[in-house]
Ligand binder design. Structure first.
Ligand SMILES: [Zn+2]
Length: 308
């Protein structure tokens, strides 16, 4: 947490100014009419700090209108501080811990962390991979009782209803991961996701589970590793990248969050995917990751007012 001393995490004005330069690199944008850099900062004592009036439509606005922070009573510097804490910790940080560090109630901390996760949700779903690129696809199961954690692959498919939630992920080697909480791991569920989200020119790598059979015609190449006979790597054919990701995801979720409800699993997946996609080994610093995450607050106003 080396840069936690940054004033943007402790001072409301500094936080707002920082946010304005990130959200409005070309000057204030009116959220009502879309006009750029045609607004007047209202300086009178009766105005809230950071209030602008649009010179075109005359309506007032601040930098948080239309963002996940809109109408929040939580000071901006605390939003930024919470984001920093979540982005700088490798395995995630529990709401309890974030709350303790920033002086939030349990309920507020939970709310803030979920909103931040929402800002991390990837909205660009253009197909992954391409010519000469490798995309690995695999499923895993999150949560559930300890005694169910060591069941065989065949049984796993049946036990979604026992508290283990199926997660399906795609990862491009050397690139990004994309995870989704799925209803089940049947071919009927997974194939449309693969066809839609993987570029047809890619080489697709899976294990030998039944749901991946007959995928060959959908992609330039489909290689299968036969986990059934303990084969894990055959030249370029392996799923080690996705399995490495799953181990980070599972260690993080069980170690930090202990229990993740099915209703919120997609938000945790967004958080882990985001941190992986903006990872240190790609040369991305904690500060850069945090800046990138803040871009995601725009246009993602929660559709519900309360999430508890
Ligand atoms: Zn306007």
């Amino acid at each position: 947490m080396s840069d936690f001393s940054n004033p943007i995490f402790h001072d409301e004005t500094k936080a707002r100014e920082w946010l304005e330069t990130r959200i409005w690199p070309n000057g204030p944008v009116c959220p009502h009419c879309g006009v750029i850099d045609e607004a007047t900062l209202m300086t009178g004592k009766s105005h809230r700090p950071g209030l602008y009036q649009c010179n075109a439509c005359r309506k007032p606005f601040t930098v948080t209108v239309g963002t996940l922070y809109e109408r929040s009573k939580i000071p901006l510097h605390k939003w930024l501080a919470a984001t920093h804490l979540m982005m700088a910790s490798k395995k995630g940080m529990s709401a309890l811990e974030v709350g303790r560090l920033l002086g939030f109630s349990r309920k507020t901390a939970w709310f803030v962390c979920h909103r931040i996760r929402e800002s991390l949700r990837e909205t660009n779903l253009t197909p992954m991979g391409g010519e000469g690129k490798f995309v690995e696809a695999d499923e895993t199961f999150i949560g559930g009782k300890e005694k169910n954690k060591h069941v065989g692959r065949r049984d796993k498919r049946k036990i979604g209803g026992m508290g283990k939630e199926p997660v399906f992920s795609l990862v491009e080697r050397g690139g990004k991961v994309r995870s989704q909480h799925v209803a089940n791991v049947s071919a009927k569920t997974l194939r449309p996701i693969m066809v839609e989200q993987i570029n047809k020119a890619s080489a697709v790598m899976t294990d030998d589970a039944g749901q991946y059979r007959h995928m060959g015609k959908d992609f330039a190449r489909h290689e299968v590793v036969n986990h059934g006979i303990l084969e894990y790597v055959r030249g370029e054919a392996h799923t080690n990248t996705i399995e490495g990701y799953f181990s980070i995801l599972k260690r993080g979720i069980t170690g930090t969050y202990h229990h993740v409800s099915a209703a919120h699993l997609k938000r945790y997946l967004a958080e882990f995917d985001f941190r992986y996609n903006e990872r240190e080994s790609l040369g991305i610093s904690d500060a850069q990751r945090m800046e990138k995450s803040v871009q995601g607050i725009v246009g993602k106003r929660m559709t519900y007012r309360r999430i508890d």
